[in-house]
Design a protein around this ligand. Structure first.
Ligand code: NAD
Length: 494
């Protein structure tokens, strides 16, 4: 079924190919353990200089990077399109979202991470309490191909703003996009605060084994488990942003037309190759027919192809075509029906929009990441039944709810790191909202205040500023002092 595997190794070099027409996009040397170790060494040497620039200096540099990316956006969009096959509209949405983070993280680093005094405690009134967040040092970032700008930037700019330097292993499917980002930062900063190391899984594994102080991984759950295990060797802390199988719940009082439009976009944006993409829809039986009618009508009108005005581009990773085909075949065998498309929807390198209806909850299309322009729509008798089904998987990344009266309650009941109400995917574009999952979708957070703190450790300083009022922290403490403590504790905590 699938076409040639991409990317390829030719003469030991990594060659990235266009998924749309198989043409060669870029060629890179593959970094082995020695090259990765050398990059980490350079990053460590550069980190002291980067830290010396202070929060204000780093803010100036990073905002210039933001401006450069905005100015050269057409060049970046072309490269993203060449390596992933994204439609112009999908690529533009991704870069626009990444720019919001490039703008936000440097501007908020001082508020979130800067030194501040906090309140001391009653018995230690003679001390002052000081809190600040220090960078780990060198952060390794490993990225996926589906959002080759947004996902790594969600770690990179937050890590840099916090004062770390970064060694970045882009996906082997999007090495040129990764190199472009590293070159843009180097051009502005003039020092290698962000370096790209190119290669396949082995290069990522070498980065985990190198002397990094924190590792930020975005990719599949299966690889995340290997990264987690490898990093445990040196007790390197990790943030893991992994896969998902996000659900959209439609209650009986929902705006059904809006639900259909957002379900379609949330599911088929980027040809369905989105970690937080909607893959399952649980719709109340009372509104299911109306919802399906609109969904199918709109999905059937989408333009599939590699033209500038296409709405659904090719599948970036050829072997994913086999996975999508297997999910469709399994659903058909298990008695699901197709409201649009069918087992013949996979026509390499494209998958045509497909709507599966009433798939068994234990079928592959319901339980596993399909990562294609495919939606499963299952009918439920109530929003609570929808929640039970939505929460039944080990994944817990994002999700969406369409409801008038009960939207926030249902959103809170969803076991996921992020949920939209009467919308889809919106949390990813709000820099203040932390991004990340629970369960097999990973842990730790990028974006927002939590995202800045993810790349720094709390440094607490207790400073004695007066003579001790009574010798609490001393062997000179006498019985009368103990009685005083007892009295104080009774008054305060009784
Ligand atoms: P992947 O796990 O195949 O690869 C991700 C990265 O890990 C690549 O750079 C790869 O070279 C590297 N890698 C492979 N083996 C490694 C190893 N043993 N040690 C270290 N690194 C290794 O994932 P992918 O196919 O590139 O990306 C798609 C997946 O990413 C989907 O599951 C998707 O849901 C997920 N994703 C998650 C998020 C999120 O924020 N949660 C965002 C985007 C994508």
């Amino acid at each position: 079924m699938s076409s040639d595997p991409a990317p390829q190794v030719i003469d030991d070099r990594l060659v990235s190919l266009s998924p749309a027409d198989g043409s060669q996009v870029a060629v890179f040397d593959v970094a082995g353990p020695e090259e990765v170790a050398a990059a980490v060494k350079v990053a460590r040497e550069t980190q002291a200089w980067w830290w010396e620039q202070g929060i204000a200096g780093r803010r100036r540099y990073l905002l210039k990077v933001r401006s450069l990316v905005a100015e050269r956006m057409p060049e970046l969009l072309d490269l993203m399109r060449a390596e992933t096959g994204k439609t112009p509209s999908d690529a533009r949405t991704e870069v626009a979202t990444a720019l919001e983070h490039l703008n936000w993280a440097p501007k908020h680093a001082r508020r979130v991470l800067g030194p501040r005094r906090v309140r001391t405690s009653l018995v230690l009134i003679d001390h002052s309490a000081h809190l600040e967040y220090r960078p780990y040092g060198v952060v390794g970032v490993i990225g996926p191909w589906n959002y080759p700008v947004l996902t790594p930037m969600g770690s990179i700019v937050y890590a840099l703003a916090a004062g770390n330097t970064v060694v970045f292993k882009p996906s082997e499917y999007t090495p040129a996009v990764g190199q472009w980002l590293a070159d843009a930062v180097t051009e502005v900063v003039g020092r290698p605060v962000l370096q790209a190391v190119q290669g396949f899984g082995a290069t990522g594994a070498a980065l985990c084994a190198a002397d990094v102080d924190k590792l930020a991984f975005t990719g599949s759950t299966a690889t995340a488990k290997k990264v987690y295990a490898a990093c445990a060797e040196a007790m390197t802390p990790v943030v893991l942003e992994c896969g998902g199988k996000d659900a959209l719940i439609i209650d009986r009082d929902a705006d059904v037309a809006a639900a259909a439009d957002f379900a379609l976009w949330g599911g088929l944006f980027n040809a369905g190759q989105t970690c937080i993409g909607i893959e399952r829809v649980y719709v109340h039986t009372e509104v299911a027919d109306r919802f399906l009618a609109r969904l199918v009508e709109r999905a059937g009108a989408l333009r599939v192809g590699a033209e500038p005005d296409s709405q659904v581009g090719p599948i970036t990773m050829p072997r994913q075509l086999d996975v999508i085909a297997a999910h469709l075949a399994d659903a058909a065998e298990r008695g699901a029906t197709f409201a649009l498309g069918g087992t013949d929807s996979v026509r390499p390198p494209y998958v045509h929009p497909t709507i599966i209806v009433d798939a068994p909850e234990d079928s592959r299309a319901v339980r596993e990441e399909t990562f294609g322009p495919v939606l499963v729509v299952n009918r439920v008798a109530s929003a609570d039944e929808a929640l039970t089904r939505a929460n039944a998987l080990p994944y817990g990344l994002g999700g969406a709810v369409f409801a008038r009266a009960d939207g926030m309650r249902i959103a809170r009941g969803m076991r996921s790191g992020m949920t939209t109400v009467n919308s889809a995917l919106a949390f990813a574009g709000m820099p203040r909202l932390p991004f990340g999952g629970v369960g097999e979708s990973g842990f730790g957070r990028i974006h927002g205040d939590d995202g800045l703190r993810e790349f720094a450790y709390a440094k607490s300083i207790a400073r004695r500023r007066l003579r001790q009022l009574f010798p609490l922290l001393s062997f000179d403490r006498a019985e009368k002092h103990n009685r005083l403590i007892d009295r104080l504790m009774r008054v305060r905590h009784r």
